[in-house]
Design a binder for this molecule. Structure first.
Ligand SMILES: Cc1cc2nc3c(=O)[nH]c(=O)nc-3n(C[C@H](O)[C@H](O)[C@H](O)COP(=O)(O)OP(=O)(O)OC[C@H]3O[C@@H](n4cnc5c(N)ncnc54)[C@H](O)[C@@H]3O)c2cc1C
Length: 475
């Protein structure tokens, strides 16, 4: 646990007032900067291991891996392959959607994060060739490595929804907070969704609009974001005494996987709004933007013939399509690993994680190529796809990679940690932290409770901590 984390726990345990907490959080950019510079200058180099390390990606996981490796090796030889000079603080897209951050508040620069002693190839990898220990860039350059870190994140597939294309988002009542272009460093989703909040409010002032929020059938980054938009949009209306008919259409079979969180959502949060209909096992497959009809696929069981041997009726499962009319829709697209990973020998070749990077769920080392490691959303492991997970991957992946370089046993194990700051209303968050075994709170407070302190922590502290500590490998 870092000094800053310990400080936060102690402050909470001492029972600080709201005023004290906000003052503490307002100081956080300064505190984070001071902490970053002091620990950077005092840390000793840990390993004399040698070898050329190539890191592919220029987002949260890649930059954290680079910073940690640079500080842990006495003579680091690191090449980073990433097309993007701009770097988006993606969790902030939700606060832009809620009108709490300006769009420019969440854009940083990799020019400030990637130092001169790291070779930076500003390109994308189009081919991974792990049998020959090299990658090929889009411009055709062959880059050899001794060790490879894959940190490409994931990509969106808006086009997999029949009738939808990216240019339709922001028009005809369609929104998506996720929308961003990591290569260009633009994050349009927050701004579009903030306008959408206001459009829904204007419609609610005249009537009772029908609003659908969706969640797809694939793994997604920040699994709580679809519901963050559902609750924040609802609360945005409620604050002006307005309402709408909200439908949450998700491919899942419950609101949240952690029982305590699921219970609060079912018994406290949704009843407080009283206007949300949940449609479980509903997957958005098509949209007619002109007529404002969204079509979902769901499974239906019908009774078949009686089986004399089993003495029961056969149950036949059929997929049916259900059209729903709407006035406004918030769409979360299906997601996958980028094609370069998906179509390479590095991907799981079959099973539920097919197409994602095949790493061990504890060591983060590739199962078939021991000189390859993964960090962040691209990893095909049971939990994760949050910046919080990537932060926990960082020290484990780096320690194991160095052990591999030193030809030692890999001893560090990732426990599956992930985190969702579930925004249930303006000013309240359930901080859902969990791992492979279940709830895993970092702070001595009950999981599943809405608290104002988590809102303040997320809004004021996490962003400076991201830039000053996490991206510098200090947390
Ligand atoms: C709306 C939203 C809300 C979120 N909320 C939260 C939250 O509250 N808490 C939380 O912890 N997390 C949250 N997240 C998730 C978090 O942002 C991601 O989990 C995190 O950024 C993952 O880091 P990454 O390095 O794996 O991928 P990214 O940060 O997405 O970076 C991927 C990088 O790889 C590059 N790349 C892609 N393909 C290639 C290639 N072929 N060659 C070279 N480079 C390539 C990209 O350009 C990019 O630089 C949220 C995300 C979104 C979009």
């Amino acid at each position: 646990m870092s000094k800053l984390e310990q400080n936060i726990i102690e402050t909470i345990q001492e029972g600080m007032s709201r005023r004290q907490a906000l003052k503490f959080m307002a100081l956080s950019p300064v505190a984070a900067g001071v902490l970053a510079s002091s620990s950077a200058s005092t840390e000793a180099k840990a390993s004399d291991a040698k070898g050329k390390i190539v890191i592919v990606g220029g987002g949260a996981g890649a930059i954290m891996a680079m910073a940690r490796l640079r500080r842990a090796l006495s003579a680091p030889d690191i090449t980073i392959i990433a097309p993007n000079e701009k770097h988006i603080y993606q969790p902030g897209q939700v606060f832009v959607a809620a009108g709490e951050y300006a769009p420019e508040d969440i854009i940083g620069s990799n020019l400030d994060l990637i130092p001169d002693d790291v070779k930076w190839i500003k390109d994308e990898v189009s081919t991974f060739d792990p049998d020959n220990n090299h990658v090929v860039t889009r411009s055709g350059e062959i880059v050899k490595y001794d060790f490879l870190v894959v940190a490409t994140g994931l990509v969106y597939h808006y086009e997999a929804i029949e009738g939808l294309s990216i240019d339709m988002i922001g028009k005809n009542g369609i929104s998506s907070v996720y929308l961003n272009d990591l290569e260009k460093g633009t994050a349009q989703g927050g701004e579009i969704t903030w306008k959408w909040f206001n459009d829904v409010k204007a419609a609610a002032a005249k009537g009772k609009p029908r609003v659908i929020c969706t969640q797809p059938a694939t793994p997604i980054k920040c699994g709580g974001a679809p519901q963050k938009i559902l609750y924040l949009a609802n609360d945005f209306l409620k604050r002006d005494g307005l309402t709408a008919d909200f439908t949450f259409a998700t491919n899942g079979d419950k609101l949240f996987g952690v029982p305590d969180v699921n219970e609060t959502l079912n018994k406290v949060v949704q009843p407080r709004y009283g206007n949300i209909t949940n449609k479980f096992k509903h997957n958005l497959v098509a949209i007619d933007a002109e007529k404002k009809i969204a079509t979902f696929e769901t499974k239906k069981l019908t009774q078949g013939a009686y089986d004399e041997d089993l003495e029961e009726y056969e149950m036949i499962e059929e997929t049916i399509r259900i059209p729903m009319e709407y006035d406004f829709i918030h769409i979360v697209p299906p997601m996958s690993a980028p094609d370069a990973v998906k179509n390479s020998p590095l991907a799981w070749q079959k099973g539920t994680a097919a197409g994602w990077l095949e790493v061990d769920q504890e060591t983060l080392q590739h199962n078939r190529y021991p000189n390859v490691f993964g960090i962040g959303d691209v990893c095909g492991i049971p939990l994760g796809k949050t910046g919080g997970s990537a932060r926990h991957h960082g020290p484990i992946m780096v320690a194991n990679l160095i052990a591999q370089m030193e030809k030692k046993a890999l001893t560090e194990k990732f426990d599956g940690y992930t985190v969702c700051p579930l925004k249930t209303q303006y000013g309240k968050i359930i901080l859902a932290e969990f791992n492979y075994l279940g709830a895993a709170p970092s702070f001595p407070l009950a999981v599943g409770e809405e608290r104002w302190i988590w809102w303040a922590f997320d809004l004021y502290m996490l962003k400076p901590m991201y830039w000053h500590l996490m991206m510098r490998g200090l947390m």
